[in-house]
Design a protein around this ligand. Structure first.
Ligand code: WT7
Length: 641
């Protein structure tokens, strides 16, 4: 099937007169010259002196260049015909809609920036943002960027404990939140969650609250209403001249230890990567209506809802709610209503829509679409074909974009605007210009085509993370020491005979549940913090919709007996320590966990058991255990399943 895949004509548009082969060739031969040409698409207050200062593994892109992200997203359009163009068409879950032009966004961003300055927020200070998908979210991020404050957005599905952990790690001075947010018709009490968190965050001076739901909330001493806070402020605030490698934001993401990592992105390099990748991959044009369905709480939203589309002056749709609310055609209805030309969504959403049946999308007019994208997890070929046939009516190329919170922007994807290649469902195709991908074994030896190995990136690229917040050492160890002299992505992949790249999933203890990234050890730590739990092991099971679902094995402390009540309590406990996305599909209460001789939990054995894989699949996985031990452990555990 894969070889018979459809290959629609993808009109090749030349980029600055060059074709993709030439672009990739230039990038390979002289990367610094290449990226420097790319950076010239942005507005700089002062040109850089040096393109790349590379002290492995620390990169400084466009050294001594001065730039501001908010200026590049808004101000630069104000002297053009884009000034009064719709920047964001926002749709609330309940159907209400607001359109904000570039000029209107400018107004609000400046007012908020001035208000923040007035309470003493300055360049380098950290601001935690815990907002639902409402226009105040990008506005708050841009206001921070304008004055050089570093935003740290926490996904609004996370718990008060998660907010506290992140805000304490970054020592945030303020939190911007809302009285509540809508999700499937219900109100999520965001302000109450923040109130709980605040008690544990000594550094917080003020809480700015957006009114979204009209729910009754108590306003405490530190609390200020967002509208009152900005109301009297003037509409102009000078943009801070940021050094190119000054942090733009911190975004916490799950790693292979208990504590989430604060990924830091810089300014000039990050924006250059975003501008260029968006140009090559989406080929934004002035008539585009871009619909990215991600939540801004994750990196996709940071890069491809906030920074890249606004830099390009695109009109984009921002949707507040769930894909299946109030019915199973919500995305299609939004596309029809606003005439979206590009849809960028996740395999999980597509798998769910595919299951609801073709009649639903077929009853909407989706003819405005010209390009379809996916991101976040591997897409099954049959879902890819459904997307291509039913949603795109065979007229829209599909871009399967691979990247990570750490990479900042897209790294592997077909570049729909500049190349015409045969698509293969399930493959991201090739790396972007300037990005050198290699599949290697544990020792960093390059593998031949067809062999599965570790996905690495050979050279620094402009969007790469600057470091981890307060943890240069962990940055080095996590990304640059696992495989010698390369950035190690943590994914398995292979390259086929035609040089197409195929991503096979994570090679470490990270799960992708409905496209959300969660660390097994992070979830285990959450279980262990419950008084009844002695030991915990978390793994995942293949899931038809979500890709993976969480399965937990818990050993209770002696004297404690498992019960339905305890099962419920565990659910609540996880909801409160991480958030609903980390709740297990199933919990098994067991007497002991399978461990290797050195005492490591055999998580991969657990994964094989829950996925009903055979012994043959497992023996190579658990190096330290003998086959007898593995068979014994499997039999023991199978008693529970
Ligand atoms: C991990 C990164 C990319 C922004 C959102 C997720 C997986 C991402 C793909 C894809 C197969 C993918 C990888 C990666 N992933 N895109 N197109 N095909 N897998 O960012 O939460 O940092 O997760 O998502 O496993 O390492 P993230």
């Amino acid at each position: 099937m894969i070889n018979d895949s459809p290959s629609p004509e993808n009109k090749v548009i030349s980029l600055e007169g060059k074709k993709i082969k030439k672009i990739k060739y230039d990038a390979l031969n002289n990367p610094e010259q290449f990226w420097s040409e790319c950076a010239k698409n942005l507005v700089w207050f002062k040109q850089w002196d040096k393109v790349l200062e590379w002290n492995p593994p620390f990169a400084k892109w466009f050294q001594d260049g001065k730039i501001n992200a908010a200026y590049n997203c808004i101000d630069k359009h104000l002297k053009t015909e884009l000034k009064n163009k719709a920047a964001i068409i926002w749709e609330g879950e309940n159907g209400e809609s607001i359109t904000l032009t570039y000029n209107q966004i400018f107004y609000k961003v400046n007012q908020l920036a001035n208000a923040l300055k007035k309470i003493g927020i300055k360049k380098g200070d950290r601001v935690t943002i815990y907002l639902p998908m409402i226009p105040e979210l990008p506005i708050s991020m841009l206001a921070c960027a304008r004055i050089g404050a570093i935003h740290s957005v926490v996904f609004s599905g996370f718990s008060s404990q998660s907010i506290a952990d992140r805000a304490n790690d970054s020592k945030s001075r303020i939190i911007i939140t809302a009285d509540g947010g809508f999700r499937r018709g219900k109100v999520i009490p965001l302000k109450n969650i923040v109130d709980e968190a605040i008690e544990k965050i000594p550094s917080i001076e003020k809480v700015i609250v957006v009114k979204r739901t009209n729910r009754e909330i108590t306003m405490g001493e530190k609390d200020l209403w967002f509208d009152d806070f900005i109301e009297k402020e003037s509409i102009y605030c000078e943009s801070e001249w940021m050094e190119s490698s000054d942090p733009l934001y911190i975004l916490y993401t799950s790693g292979t230890t208990g504590k989430p990592k604060g990924v830091i992105h810089g300014t000039g390099g990050y924006l250059t990567h975003l501008y260029s990748s968006a140009k090559w991959v989406f080929n934004f044009t002035p008539t585009d209506i871009f619909f990215c369905t991600a939540d801004i709480g994750w990196v996709t939203g940071h890069s491809y809802i906030v920074y890249a589309p606004l830099m390009h002056g695109v009109t984009e749709i921002m949707y507040e709610g769930a894909p299946d609310f109030p019915d199973q055609g919500r995305y299609w209805k939004i596309i029809e209503k606003y005439g979206a030309t590009i849809l960028y969504t996740t395999p999980t959403a597509l798998r769910a829509y595919m299951r609801y049946g073709d009649n639903i999308p077929n009853s909407y007019n989706l003819s405005s679409l010209r390009l379809l994208g996916t991101v976040g997890e591997p897409i099954n070929p049959e879902v890819w074909l459904w997307y291509f046939n039913i949603i795109g009516k065979q007229n829209c190329p599909i871009i399967d974009t691979w990247w990570q919170t750490e990479t900042g922007g897209i790294m592997i994807s077909m570049c729909s605007g500049i190349e015409n290649i045969k698509m293969k469902p399930g493959s991201g195709t090739f790396s972007l210009p300037g990005i050198e991908v290699e599949i290697v074994d544990q020792n960093g030896e390059k593998l031949e085509n067809g062999k599965k190995g570790y996905l690495t990136i050979k050279k620094p690229w402009p969007g790469m993370l600057i470091s981890l917040w307060n943890d240069d050492d962990r940055y080095k160890k996590t990304y640059w020491e696992k495989i010698p002299n390369s950035y190690s992505a943590g994914d398995f992949a292979f390259i086929d005979k035609d040089n197409y790249i195929w991503i096979l999933g994570r090679s470490d203890d990270i799960l992708k549940v409905a496209g959300h990234r969660l660390g097994t050890i992070e979830i285990e730590s959450a279980y262990i913090s419950h008084k009844a739990v002695g030991e915990a092991a978390v793994t995942s099971k293949h899931d038809e919709i979500k890709g993976e679902s969480i399965i937990a094995f818990l050993v209770l402390k002696s004297g404690i007996v498992s019960s339905e009540q305890l099962n419920k309590e565990m659910k609540e406990h996880i909801r409160n320590t991480i958030g609903p996305i980390a709740i297990a599909e199933k919990i098994y209460f067991v007497n002991k966990l399978p461990k290797t001789r050195s005492g490591k939990i055999m998580r991969r054995l657990l994964r094989s058991i829950v996925n009903k894989e055979t012994i043959g699949d497992i023996t190579t996985l658990e190096d330290e255990a003998s086959i007898e031990e593995i068979i014994y452990e499997m039999n023991e555990l199978n008693k529970y399943l």
